[in-house]
Ligand binder design. Structure first.
Ligand SMILES: NC(=O)c1ccc[n+]([C@@H]2O[C@H](COP(=O)([O-])OP(=O)(O)OC[C@H]3O[C@@H](n4cnc5c(N)ncnc54)[C@H](OP(=O)(O)O)[C@@H]3O)[C@@H](O)[C@H]2O)c1
Length: 239
């Protein structure tokens, strides 16, 4: 990897991905995107700003990155599960709220779709390149045995479908291009904080552990893996 882009560089996992890519890859340039410009920890990091709710900001970010040439890795590490009392994972259909649901879809599904729209053309031609979106195991329909979390689950299931579509489309242009959804494990971050109590001992990963595990998965991907959902340990999760 020579040039990588991380959307969501201010997040727990996103920040760890920026660090890990820099540490693992000599000579790499990492474009690190967040709503508020991050303070780069190393000269290999180029900060940029974007907002998932603002397509123009995503278009502008893609144009800026594209000026320097093609990229070989794009990771979307943004997402929302809860925001105060306005957005709370629903335990029942009775808790469904159209405004909250629309916001979850705007951030977890539509925002990543717009990033794909503007950033897929940045990927290198004729060489291996990877587009990865952080999804979640709970976005697997066949894995859903407990229910609840309606908006989050549905937004991630829809994200998985969009990633599959993007994967098929990029595959027609570049047979070595790969797009996948990734489950990072349960990771100690702002997103998981309200839900960490039930997590078994040893199953709450540090962001650094998850980031390195995800990068190992990305390094091991083959073209036939495109469009699939993989967990942090490389196991495929059925949709
Ligand atoms: N943590 C876990 O246990 C876990 C488990 C399964 C899946 N995941 C997935 O992993 C991904 C990363 O999660 P995390 O744990 O690192 O969460 P996090 O620390 O809460 O980070 C969320 C990121 O999303 C960004 N974001 C939110 N709204 C945005 C907007 N309108 N425009 C641009 N960026 C926006 C945040 O930016 P700001 O700093 O600007 O708010 C932040 O960078 C998510 O997709 C999540 O669903 C996490």
């Amino acid at each position: 990897v020579k040039r990588a882009v991380v959307f969501g560089a201010s997040g727990g996992i996103g920040a760890a991905l920026v660090d890990a890519i820099g540490q693992r890859t000599p000579g790499v340039t990492v474009y690190a995107g967040a709503r508020k410009r991050i303070e780069p920890q190393s000269s290999t990091v180029r900060p940029f700003t974007f907002d998932l709710r603002d397509e123009d900001s995503i278009r502008a970010a893609a144009a800026l990155i594209g000026e320097d040439g093609p990229v070989d890795l794009i990771i979307i590490a943004t997402g929302i599960l809860q925001r105060g009392t306005a957005i709370v994972p629903e335990r029942s259909w009775a808790k469904l709220d159209a405004t909250a649901m629309a916001e979850v879809f705007a951030l977890n599904t539509i925002g990543p779709a717009l990033i794909a729209k503007h950033c897929m053309p940045l990927l290198t031609r004729g060489r291996r390149c990877v587009f990865a979106a952080l999804s979640a195991r709970v976005g697997s329909i066949s894995d859903n045995g407990t229910g609840g979390w309606h908006s989050y689950r549905a937004s991630k299931a829809a994200l998985n479908m969009l990633v599959r579509n993007v994967a098929l489309e990029i595959g027609q242009k570049n047979r070595e291009a790969i797009a996948v959804s990734l489950h990072p494990g349960t990771v100690d971050s702002a997103l998981s904080l309200p839900f960490q109590r039930g997590v078994p001992e040893g199953k709450l990963f540090t962001p650094a552990f998850s980031a390195n595990a995800l990068l190992n998965v990305i390094d091991g991907l083959h073209p036939e893996d495109r469009g699939k959902l993989f967990a942090w340990d490389g196991a495929q999760i059925p949709f």
